[in-house]
Design a protein around this ligand. Structure first.
Ligand code: PHE
Length: 339
């Protein structure tokens, strides 16, 4: 019996050793340790063994079982590891291949200019507000002292949705919204899109403005000019010169137009500035007291000033963009150059 058990152990270990996949390993386990297995049948027939041998045969059989079990489990571990390695080998990625490159986004030149402008204004104590691009005739015109049939409406040749609802032609509508809702003193800026029936290489039906409004006691033209001078220097550099011309807006009195050193030629004179060395950047003025009163602000106690630059022209000049339409087409070839 002892020899028989030795043989089972030897054959079992042999077959376990030879098993080269999990299936044949399991076959070996069934053959030697399974219910109908060789070792099990010896243990089942213990009563046929003479009593004096039973104990030692039993002990030996247990040792054999243990050895076979250990051999199976370590072989199983080994086979599983080999499987994993070959799986990984199959899924191998060649990390030395050159990459396709990641596509990095970047801010639109208008957004960059807007952000810079807002940053400067916020540092000066302004609050940034936003408001409707579709507004009533009242906010866009009427409350800004531009009554129906006023010739100033002609200049803005507006896009109407109904008789009374208009795509705002200027961010100045936000002056009225601010005056109606905020208690003076306040300083607000509002960047935003505006719409006019205009279309050529330097005009687009959609363009971008900035509205700044300060309402306080005893503020006037001097404060306005000082502030604009500071902003222009921050935007275009310390060397920028400003030029002030009288102008007319129904909602400011007096009204002025601010020109700054042409950023294309640096003031030498070029085709863009028609040789003058200056280009127009801001409409501005002291808020007409009538406009303050219409929005419920006591014009005896408070005064105000406002300015509203169009920003597309500046972005075009600073980035040497020949046609305003490029700013709105979202052509990747253009945007990549603007990074
Ligand atoms: N809204 C005016 C325009 O679109 C500019 C402006 C703003 C003028 C604020 C005076 C004060 O031309």
């Amino acid at each position: 019996m002892k020899e028989k058990l030795d043989l089972i152990l030897k054959n079992g270990l042999d077959e376990i050793e030879k098993a080269n996949d999990l299936k044949s390993l399991d076959d070996a386990r069934v053959k030697f340790l399974g219910k109908q297995g060789e070792l099990t049948s010896i243990l089942r027939n213990m009563k046929e063994i003479p009593p004096e041998e039973r104990k030692s045969v039993g002990m030996q059989a247990n040792v054999v079982r243990e050895k076979l079990e250990n051999a199976i489990s370590s072989k199983q571990e080994k086979l599983e590891e080999e499987n994993l390695i070959s799986e990984m080998e199959k899924e191998r990625v060649d990390i030395t291949l050159p990459s396709k490159g990641t596509k990095k986004g970047s801010l639109h030149p208008l957004t960059r200019f807007n952000n810079k402008f807002m940053e400067i204004c916020v540092e000066m104590g302004f609050t940034v507000i936003q408001g409707p691009e579709i507004d009533t005739d009242y906010y866009n015109f009427e409350a800004l002292n531009v009554p129906k049939n006023h010739p100033a409406r002609d200049m803005q040749d507006s896009l109407y949705i109904t008789d009374n609802i208009v795509l705002r032609t200027q961010t100045s509508n936000m002056q009225v919204h601010a005056m109606e809702t905020l208690k003076p003193p306040f300083k607000i800026v509002c960047p935003g899109r505006v719409y006019r029936n205009d279309d050529d290489s330097s005009h687009s039906p959609i363009f971008n403005q900035f509205e700044a409004l300060v309402v306080d006691e005893n503020v006037g033209l001097k404060d306005l000019m000082k502030m604009i001078d500071t902003i222009l220097k921050r935007l275009f550099g310390e060397d920028v010169k400003m030029r002030v011309r009288p102008s007319y807006f129904p909602f400011t009195e007096p009204s002025i137009e601010i020109d700054a050193t042409c950023q294309m030629c640096g003031g030498k004179g070029c085709s863009l500035c028609k040789g003058s060395g200056f280009s127009e950047v801001f409409g501005a003025g002291v808020v007409n007291p009538k406009v303050l009163e219409m929005s419920g602000i006591d014009s005896k106690k408070y005064s105000g000033f406002a300015f509203g630059p169009g920003i597309d022209r500046s972005v075009m000049v600073l980035n040497k963009i020949p046609n305003i339409k490029y700013l709105f087409r979202n052509d990747m070839r253009f945007l990549k150059q603007m990074r």
